[in-house]
Design a protein around this ligand. Structure first.
Ligand code: AMP
Ligand code: MG
Length: 395
């Protein structure tokens, strides 16, 4: 049995990164991974501009004229202003270009009108309220390395930088399948012994949220022949993810059939929930995961294994985020396996607090209503008391 770290290392070593990339417009780039470094096309700010509504002036002239200047002209957004007439101040608005000849802006709230003159505070400092061209980033500057997942704020930044299209790694094709004779689609009547299928649905949505193309492979019966047909037809996917049938019961055939058709790299990890989780290869292209059937185990193992695997496939080294927190309540157990507890988070005066929820059985999906993170209990730990420092993985 591998530890979580060993299994994750084995995983990274066995993922063949995507070879192909494509170019997409910004509007479609969310959640995609860059396949090449991205650089700025223009400076930001693009020109010296005002941080405030106020008056643009030349500081040396301001001092020379005893902090009183007449008003002349206006600079508004979207147009180049005239040059500043010597010995005057120009009306200016937030984001409008600072005129040639001006080096300082005074915000309107600080300016008094005395007859035809504007009176400025003597504390005015040269360069005040001017956003300098290129002070954020410069044209040609590297903005993102290859392998970065683009979020909406990244897209906003790229738009600002004059980038219209981005080279991204192609989306992986991911086949998602549930296994089990007991599984029925929600909406159908339940016969005795049947339950509603949920893992496949959750996995499809999680895969999509990671920027991949999720393909619904439906529910496969606990029948080796049906599983062989499925896997034999799955070789043109980048990933195949099944749930259920991965342990050692008589009807848990997934691991067995995976072993026949592909190569299993590991199938037992010392974690709770999620001990029976298989990872391996199926032909030259396809990576497979056999996740456990219990809905919570399937979600936890997706987070711990599939998420980093998809990142590695995209050429990204990112790992699930882990943050320190303080336990609201204690938790006792027998040491042995690393364990992941479902917790609710609260922010108490800048400190993150994690409450271990009631109902930690891996079949107890009801607990997910309140779950915001997984609390990681180290293998050698026999639990913790209220107030203890713990580590959580936000979901
Ligand atoms: P298994 O790993 O196939 O032994 O399944 C473990 C438990 O998870 C059993 O109670 C199954 O009924 C349940 N289960 C398996 N697959 C799913 C699924 N796709 N949706 C909901 N429950 C499932
Ligand atoms: Mg089953």
């Amino acid at each position: 049995m591998l530890t979580l770290e060993e299994a994750q290392a084995a995983l990274r070593a066995r993922i063949t990164p995507a070879a192909a990339s494509e170019t997409v417009p910004l509007r479609l780039a969310r959640g995609r991974y860059t396949s090449a470094p991205l650089t700025a096309a223009v400076d930001n700010p693009a020109f010296d501009n005002s941080a405030m509504d106020g008056y643009a002036l030349n500081h040396a002239e301001l001092v020379a004229h005893g902090f009183r200047l007449p008003l002349a002209g206006e600079s508004r957004c979207g147009a180049a202003p005239q040059a500043l007439q010597p010995g005057t101040a120009m009306r200016i608005f937030t984001g409008a270009p600072v005129p040639i000849g001006a080096d300082t802006v005074v915000m309107q709230e600080d300016v008094e009108r005395v007859g035809d003159l504007l009176r400025f505070p003597e504390a005015t400092v040269v360069g005040d309220q001017v956003r300098r061209r290129g002070e954020d980033f410069r044209a040609g500057e590297a903005l993102y390395p290859a392998g970065r997942r683009l979020e909406p704020h990244d897209i906003a930044l790229l738009a600002t930088a004059g980038v219209a299209t981005v080279p991204v790694v192609v989306r992986p094709r991911v086949l998602v399948v549930a296994t089990g004779d007991e599984l029925v689609a929600p909406g159908e009547p339940l016969a005795p012994g049947q339950i509603y299928e949920s893992n496949r649905l959750a996995t499809l949505l999680l895969v999509e949220a990671l920027g991949a193309e999720a393909v619904d492979g439906g529910v496969v019966r606990d029948d080796p022949a049906a599983l062989r047909v499925l896997l034999a037809g799955a070789m043109d996917y980048d990933f195949v993810i099944t749930s259920g049938g991965a342990s050692v019961g008589d009807h848990d055939l997934v691991k067995q059939v995976f072993g026949e058709i592909g190569k299993i790299e590991f199938w037992k990890v010392k974690i709770k929930p999620g001990k029976p989780v298989a990872f391996g290869r199926l032909g030259p292209r396809t990576h497979f995961f056999a996740l456990p059937g219990n809905p919570v185990s399937s979600l936890v193992t997706f987070k711990l294994f599939v998420e980093p695997a998809l990142a590695a496939w995209h050429g990204s080294a990112s790992r699930p985020l882990e943050v320190p927190a303080v336990a609201v309540n204690g938790f006792k157990r027998k040491a042995g396996r690393m364990e992941f507890l479902r917790v609710r988070l609260e922010n108490a005066g800048g400190e993150l607090r994690a409450e271990v929820l009631k109902g930690q059985g891996s079949h107890q999906i009801g607990t997910l209503r309140h779950t915001q993170a997984l609390l990681r209990v180290p293998a050698e730990s026999d639990g913790f008391d209220a107030g203890a420092r713990v580590t959580v993985l936000p979901l």
